[in-house]
Design a protein around this ligand. Structure first.
Ligand SMILES: [Zn+2]
Length: 415
């Protein structure tokens, strides 16, 4: 693992690319120089797990979904130095696919937007007489599949739409939903690989995690809930070189509670009125609920510590757009949660930059600071390796060599 954080240097750019990182004032003379003396530089964050377009003022609802809201979220990610996000199965009316294509073709040429990748719509088993087990706000847009043939047909259709990844949900949502049978998810995984697409499985249970990894899924969208992992799962993950998305912050946010909303870093993009409303809503959790949330979070912490020391590929995932996972803020909160679970700051940053770029298949252009890579980086006032919360001490964000006008962006949200 290369050290992603470089103190006291100059970063030299040409166009949208990095030419070199040099000792201050020494070497390379062509290109534009960013003086980093007294500062720290790290690659921008890359989050392969978001559900965008639904959240407005902290409330996720299908009624809030619009193309403008998707664009607003991409702008919020950029503001916080999250340069690439992948929408994981909850797109509406092809909005994200269209935007991704426009970004790729250069017809949506806005340097203050995060780059979008997308799974389009995910696959899930129907629950007779009830909504299915996908994200609560998107049960009407996902693909319900009941047998291997219908599953293969959906995957073929998604591949024809040129999605970036295939996503399916398997868990029972606390026993309230029908689980997808193994024969169906095996067909999804097999067909996706025939189409040369990676597959990510939403799982919560240990046996489901083992089942999807045995069937060849490239990774899981979550850690295992109760009763937690076992050694066999670790062996399977290592053997198959499968990745695990951390998705810790969404659980930890519930444990932290309303105090999360007092964070000045969040207040930069979420106005007082919205945070007051949410504070009241978060206070309603009962003591029993809180106890349960804490126990689950402790299970996840232990799992991250065990996976991390065993060498399992942990990838930053913030499940952004769900619950209190605010675009851009959630990714920094995830880094903090990973360190809270026992990872070193260097490992957490690596899993949200180099590792997440690799999982998205964009590791050649992004994810590290090196000559020839895209000039996507954060300039920080303090060392994030000394304290992971220093990723929030943002002096500047550069995307493709463009320095974002963050004060102007901020004023559109919070005046
Ligand atoms: Zn998710």
């Amino acid at each position: 693992m290369s050290n992603p954080v470089i103190p006291a240097a100059d970063l030299v750019m040409e166009g949208s690319q990095i030419v070199s990182l040099r000792t201050a004032g020494v070497g390379e003379t062509r290109g534009r120089v960013v003086d980093l003396s007294g500062r720290y530089v790290m690659p921008t964050l890359i989050n392969p797990h978001v559900h965008i377009g639904y959240m407005r003022d902290g409330v996720g609802d299908p009624a809030h979904y619009s193309k403008d809201n998707v664009l607003d979220h991409l702008r919020r990610f950029a503001y916080y130095g999250v340069s690439v996000v992948q929408s994981l199965g909850t797109d509406r009316e092809g909005t994200e696919l269209d935007l991704r294509d426009q970004q790729r073709a250069g017809s949506l040429d806005d340097p203050e937007l995060s780059t979008l990748l997308t799974a389009g719509t995910g696959l899930v088993a129907p629950t007779p007489g009830s909504s299915n087990g996908s994200a609560r706000f998107a049960t009407d847009v996902v693909n319900e599949v009941t047998d291997p043939d219908s599953a293969r047909a959906v995957v073929r259709k998604l591949a024809a739409d040129r999605v970036d990844v295939i996503k399916f949900w398997i868990d029972s949502r606390g026993g309230s939903k029908v689980k997808m049978p193994p024969a169906v998810y095996r067909a999804i995984i097999d067909q996706a690989h025939k189409e040369r697409l990676r597959v990510i499985a939403h799982i919560y249970d240990l046996e489901d995690a083992k089942g999807v990894i045995r069937a060849g899924a490239d990774g899981t969208a979550h850690l295992v809930r109760d009763p937690g992992h076992d050694d066999e799962l670790i062996s399977l993950l290592l053997e198959r070189d499968a990745f695990v998305f951390t998705s810790l912050g969404i659980q930890r946010a519930a444990v932290v509670g309303p105090a999360l909303l007092d964070d000045p870093f969040l207040a930069e993009t979420v106005p007082d009125s919205a945070r007051s409303f949410l504070r009241e809503r978060m206070k309603t959790a009962s003591t029993a609920q809180l106890g349960h949330l804490r126990r689950v979070y402790e299970t996840l912490r232990r799992e991250v510590a065990a996976f991390s020391s065993a060498g399992v590929r942990l990838v930053l995932s913030a499940d952004t757009g769900v619950a209190a996972q605010f675009p851009g803020f959630a990714e920094h909160f995830e880094l903090e949660s990973m360190v809270d679970a026992g990872m070193r700051p260097l490992g957490a940053i690596n899993s949200g930059t180099e590792q997440s770029a690799r999982v998205l298949g964009i590791g050649r252009e992004r994810g590290t600071l090196a000559p020839g890579k895209r000039a996507d980086f954060l300039v920080l006032d303090a060392d994030p390796l000394a304290d992971i919360r220093n990723t929030r001490r943002i002096r500047d964000v550069y995307l493709g060599g463009h320095r974002l006008d963050r004060p102007a962006m901020r004023s559109t949200w919070t005046g």
